[in-house]
Design a protein around this ligand. Structure first.
Ligand code: COI
Length: 354
């Protein structure tokens, strides 16, 4: 892929690495590539980050034909920069796009574009503890038309921003509300994709949970509201009687890169892992009987988020006395150890940005 570069006149001031929060400070540059029916992908470029012009009739504004990804670049103690399993994000985006009738951006071009942008922005990759450069590839329909159909033009873009913890609570346990009215996904829908629409539909549940004093929502399946699926911005795992349970991904649940990595590590450590439907009634029963040992969310942005309390209807279960569990902490240390290059990467998951 030929990537043209357009230089910025004045570089931005960089934020304090110890006060990054999440997703607030975009770097100096962004990647853009256009797609049209006639030309396919063309005009790949890295240009100054800033507003882009779109037509008021741009289809994404009306019908939400949009998909996105999230991955990170990590600075190692030696000052090198590395990515974590970027091909998985690229492949997942292709699956999301297939479902939304959007063109595929080839895996090798995706990784090349990410690496090219991170290389340009290498001085933006933070080195303070628990910080990284968040990378947000996304694609949307740009055709100007009000009829509902597959658009004839799209943009694929990548933004980058230095980040700290996604949740202010960091690795402190959060309280989760199990949503029993609204649903996030149904079989045959877009639940397995990373499309903006899935997140738009989840906000009402998040608002409701926050009003009730809970930080996040646990979604149940859309057909029967019987089985646990995922949390607003993460997959979720349960340790019951020393075995791990998580919902099967690929139909209504997002196949998370962090989810896959954690399951791999857990199996490697000898844990029995059930990628199976788990009924909320059985989960609450395990909690009330003291068999629900640990609960944690997993995602690129959040890494791992321990859960200290679950509320389902009138039942409340407190997990591990509202403390971060031993396994949760060990998984966090292991995964982030690999990502930041502090531990040997025996799985071959990291790759350098040179
Ligand atoms: C991520 O974990 O990277 C995501 O894309 C979740 C998003 C809601 C921040």
């Amino acid at each position: 892929m030929d990537i043209r570069f357009e230089k910025r006149d004045v570089l931005k001031n960089k934020p304090d690495e110890n006060k990054l929060g999440f997703g607030k400070y975009m770097t100096d540059y962004m990647f853009i590539c256009d797609w049209s029916k006639d030309l396919g992908w063309h005009d790949a470029r890295i240009v100054p980050e800033g507003p882009i012009e779109i037509d008021p009739a741009c289809m994404v504004l009306h019908y939400a034909q949009e998909t996105f990804e999230g991955l990170k670049a990590y600075r190692t103690a030696e000052g090198k920069i590395q990515l974590f399993r970027p091909e998985m994000n690229a492949a997942r985006m292709i699956r999301s796009n297939e479902r939304l009738c959007m063109p595929a951006f080839p895996v090798e071009d995706f990784v090349e574009a990410v690496k090219a942008l991170v290389k340009v922005e290498k001085d933006w990759v933070p080195s303070a503890a628990d910080t990284s450069l968040y990378i947000r590839p996304y694609m949307f329909a740009t055709e100007s038309a009000l009829g509902v159909h597959m658009a004839s033009s799209y943009k694929f873009m990548i933004l980058t921003c230095p980040v700290g913890a996604y949740y202010e609570s960091g690795l402190d346990p959060v309280k989760i509300y199990v949503e029993d009215e609204l649903v996030r996904a149904v079989d045959g829908g877009t639940g397995f994709t990373k499309c903006g629409g899935n997140y738009a539909g989840s906000i009402a549940g998040q608002v409701k949970a926050e009003k009730l004093g809970y930080e996040q929502v646990l979604w149940l399946d859309g057909a029967e509201k019987k089985y646990v699926e995922e949390v607003g911005s993460m997959n979720i795992m349960f340790k019951i009687d020393n075995e791990i349970w998580t919902a099967p991904a690929g139909r209504t649940v997002l196949p998370g890169v962090t989810r896959d990595s954690m399951l791999h590590i857990l199996r490697d450590w000898g844990y029995t892992v059930h990628e199976e439907h788990l009924a909320i009634d059985d989960l609450m029963k395990a909690g009330l009987e003291g068999r629900l040992e640990e609960v944690f969310g997993t995602g690129t942005a959040a890494v791992i988020s321990p859960v200290g309390e679950l509320r389902y209807k009138d039942d409340v279960v407190v997990i591990n006395n509202m403390k971060t569990g031993e396994l949760t902490q060990k998984l966090y240390d292991t995964l982030t150890g690999i990502q930041w290059g502090k531990l040997e990467d025996k799985y071959g998951w990291t790759q350098p940005v040179e």
